[in-house]
Design a protein around this ligand. Sequence first.
Ligand code: PMP
Length: 426
Amino acid sequence: MTRSDDLFQQAKVHIPGGVNSPVRAFKAVGGTPRFISRAEGPYLFDEDGKRYIDYVLSWGPMLLGHAHPAVVEAVTEQVKKGLSFGAPTEIETRMADRLCELVPGMDMVRMVNSGTEATMSAIRLARGATGRDKIVKFEGCYHGHSDSLLIKAGSGALTFGTPSSPGVPAALAEHTLTLTYNDIDGVKAAFEQFGDQIACVIVEPVAGNMNCVPPIPGFLEALRQCCDNSGSVLIIDEVMTGFRLGAAGAQGHYGVTADLTCLGKVIGGGMPVAAFGGKREIMEQLAPLGPVYQAGTLSGNPAAMAAGLAMLDALSQPGFYDTPFARTDALVAGLRQRADAAGIAMTSNHVGTMFGVFFTDAEQVTNYQQVMACDTERFNRFFHGMLEGGVYLAPASYEAGFLSAAHSEADIEETLAVAERVFATL
Ligand code: PMP
């Protein structure tokens, strides 16, 4: 019995499933989750002393690698002055200034504590600003666990959805229309029928919660156009893509600008930080300026802002992204080459520092149905082989992988050598 086995048993006594977020329990892949004792650079170390090259990076935030000295020092200095005041601080203004400088179309921003809060609040604001109730989202995109978003597609293409979790009122599902990602005609049809009732469209500009699925050319542009034509708010959820595809996020990468943008993960450098912001006239609807209510005891927490600012300073250095982008290219190309050589049917998607591999005969994967048609059982064996070999991938076939600026060429080579051995067993 490993120490992780023992700790998992102990955890299950007082924590549902032994974890504070479901995917950590390894339910999709089976086996015991590794309990982590510490992390440094691109490595995780588990409670049994084993080292892993980490491609999960706390589900995205650790773009600089773990325990980056600049971030740790900024937090340490800040906490000496007190942990939370519940009153305004200068560092919150500096963070807001920085975000508005970097993120396309962001005139004003409100800090929150999780991506869930960011998207939930952005949707309330869009509903408040438009006076409409209906929202559009896409199958396979995840925007956190608020009620309006835990809705799966209805039975017909243009029927409103049903709750995807018990506890979500069916009455709320009636307001959420779930469409197929990358289906431009589907979006146009929905707007033709319901355009004047749609408060907002929320989208992951590169979907990272159904493995890694980039937008096809014209998809984000079509959303922008439909929202413009019908007076709906376009919410681009960059909780995952923000500062992962470059300093201007997916919006900079694809040249499509949101009305409201949600951020999280990287902007907190590993602390519980998220944000939503965008056009001034919409953000001015928010309390205390306007009537749309939103609040938070720990929002804009000074230690968290210190971590975020240190992170933003590091990633806005010229050339910061060159190496991690090149290493992501090299990793994905290397995996494909080795899968080919082993006769394993596999394809991949990657953008910036996000990547995903798919065990499928299909040449391209562009939507949720195609992701779900992949060979999950083969992925699970791949996952466990890699884990055994010291490479930590997301413990589910429908999650994107991430690189950090701390992953070295040697780390990529080591990962590929392990993958070559594992492919031979699949
Ligand atoms: N939006 C996106 C695109 C996400 O990937 C996530 C989390 N994976 C969320 C929102 C929710 O963020 P959080 O887990 O911080 O609530």
